[in-house]
Design a protein around this ligand. Structure first.
Ligand SMILES: NC(=O)c1ccc[n+]([C@@H]2O[C@H](COP(=O)([O-])OP(=O)(O)OC[C@H]3O[C@@H](n4cnc5c(N)ncnc54)[C@H](OP(=O)(O)O)[C@@H]3O)[C@@H](O)[C@H]2O)c1
Length: 313
């Protein structure tokens, strides 16, 4: 496994992080068992993955807690999240605190390394910061969390409006950022600034549905082309997937998608979400594979230069 510093936190994280949410939720959302979910977490640790990302909302904190039973706590970077609002209203600090304590119980731990505000809409940002950041700082003083994080709602905010606001503040140690081959707009709008400020970054949406299902990808590329959003000569509307080479299998596309994110300057950890042990191994192999050809990467940067309206959800 390759390890990288997570911004200025001094945490040394594996380049592949295990995402316990998304459409799979370790397989719990796709009909697989809790035993399978536990096995996926343990397999990830065996592969050298040391960063595990979950959330109150995913329903996977309990299985993560069970999977980590007997594993030395210091060997794992645990990241979890709490939504700052309910029905459009920012929750009170006291409730936030109770919910953070409940996360620790489900995870069977005394502390998490990173606690994030989860999927913050730009319209809630200011109120969430003034109500909840003091509560997070108090949890840090008590040793219950080590670093403060924030994640964007990339599917509804693919242009990073909230993160651009959050980057003006100095309280965030870590940000979880939506970035993939199709929407690279975080490069200029977020990553340039996170690097300058030493904020650690976790990449989400590297693959999602669009880049793990060839038919969905083909359809999305047609839509982008029809909207005039694809730049340059490389795109062939008759064979849209040819821009990714000759192998259009899900395995080939996901491999390209993860490696593209891994090589993006400023992205520290690439989250990979799966409930399938075979996919976990494939994704680790991809993330540890050689760099993509530089001229190919430049061609994809050019092709998708104007796209900031899709997340690939
Ligand atoms: N706002 C937020 O805070 C937020 C939002 C979204 C996600 N996240 C975090 O980011 C993590 C990563 O997002 P994500 O889970 O959507 O991950 P992802 O890695 O971008 O995509 C995962 C999807 O691709 C499929 N997949 C993975 N590997 C595959 C392979 N080799 N071949 C074919 N299909 C494959 C998975 O299904 P299988 O189970 O079949 O492999 C799953 O449906 C989440 O788990 C969560 O921790 C945070």
């Amino acid at each position: 496994m390759e390890y990288r510093f997570l911004g200025r936190t001094e945490l040394r994280a594996s380049v592949m992080g295990l995402g316990c949410g998304g459409h799979s939720r370790l397989g719990l959302a796709t009909g697989r068992s809790e035993e399978n979910a536990i096995a996926v977490v343990r397999d990830a640790l065996t592969l050298g993955v040391n960063l595990i990302d979950t959330a109150e909302a995913y329903g996977t904190e309990t299985v993560v807690g069970r999977a980590l039973n007997g594993v030395s706590r210091e060997s794992v970077i645990l990241s979890t999240k709490i939504s700052p609002s309910r029905e459009g209203q920012v929750i009170p600090a006291a409730q936030f605190r109770e919910r953070a304590e409940a996360c620790l119980q489900r995870l069977q731990t005394d502390y998490v390394d990173i606690l994030h505000l989860h999927g913050v809409p730009v319209k809630c940002y200011d109120e969430a910061v003034s109500e909840l950041v003091p509560a997070m700082q108090q949890l840090r003083t008590e040793g219950k969390i080590r670093f403060l994080g924030i994640t964007e709602a990339f599917a509804s905010d693919p242009q990073h409006a909230m993160l651009q606001r959050a980057l003006q503040d100095d309280c965030w140690d870590v940000m979880m950022i939506g970035f993939n081959l199709l929407n690279q707009s975080a490069r200029e709008r977020a990553l340039r600034h996170t690097q300058a400020k030493g904020i650690g970054t976790l990449c989400m949406f590297a693959v999602r549905r669009a880049l793990s299902r060839p038919e969905a990808l083909s359809e999305l590329l047609h839509d982008l082309h029809a909207q005039g959003l694809l730049e340059g000569e490389a795109f062939d509307p008759q064979n849209p997937l040819n821009i990714f080479g000759e192998d259009h299998s899900a395995a080939a596309l996901t491999g390209i998608a993860y490696r593209f994110c891994r090589d993006e300057p400023g992205l520290d950890v690439i989250l990979s979400g799966t409930g399938d042990p075979a996919h976990l191994q494939e994704n680790a192999d991809a993330l540890l594979g050689p760099p993509l050809p530089a001229e190919q990467v430049e061609a994809w940067k050019r092709l998708f230069r104007c796209v900031d309206s899709v997340s690939g959800n």
